[in-house]
Design a protein around this ligand. Sequence first.
Ligand code: NAP
Length: 242
Amino acid sequence: MPTPSTKIALVTGANKGIGFEIARRLAEQGMTVLIGARDRERGQAAAEKLKQKGCDARYLPLDVTREESIAAAAAKVELEFGRLDVLVNNAGMLHKDDRRGAPSLVAFRETYETNLFAPYAVTSAFLPLLKKATAARIVNVSSGLGSINLHSQPRSPLSTSCVAYATSKSALNALTVHFARQLRDTNIKVNAAAPGHCATDMNDHAGPRTPVQGSNAPVHLATIDDNGPTGGFFDEDGPLPW
Ligand code: NAP
């Protein structure tokens, strides 16, 4: 059971990939971690894995694209804990048509639902609980592909496909700045993290980095102290250009 000083963290899309590693590392630091997942079996299995390591991890049903699911999750956290110290908006998607370079409008919209509208909806729903914590942290798991600056350079090394994904992450960065400004007179810090290209289901395990490496920047930003930044975009080596 968490004590009054135990931090409560919610990681969305925590049943696998980078989200699972973020959840594991926050739990290993002593936080009570809520494994946000839309599939009960996958969510419970992930929580069970962490419990077997001695962590306090609990499955929280959460489909980030469904408003009623978000509302139910926030109500459950309010009832059980009365606050939230860390929110990691990790759940994300890359549509297969987008990877091929010509996403349909349906694929484009689906991408924005998960990668942009959902972090907005989840953050908004949990904001009253984050405000009840002493020094809450919000981390939006973005991507280097969201950097407009890098994209606009003539010799940019970034992929020219994934337009829906990349622009959804640029917009997520803008959302990060918006929330950071909105919350600048509070103790809440809001930052965007780029994991780097990691081998996960999202890219058919094509990335050269591991999900553990991908969790470095999000975990760091979820645990920064009061001197840490807000309204920034970082990878594990430091600030990234917008
Ligand atoms: P992943 O292994 O495919 O994991 C994605 C997670 O998001 C899964 O748990 C998935 O749940 C969940 N999710 C998707 N839609 C959801 C919804 N509507 N409700 C709840 N959960 C949902 O991919 P990953 O690489 O770990 O991605 C994690 C984050 O890192 C994403 O935001 C991604 O954009 C970002 N990122 C990844 C890379 C990379 O190279 N892998 C690079 C930069 C940024 P299900 O199991 O139910 O599908």
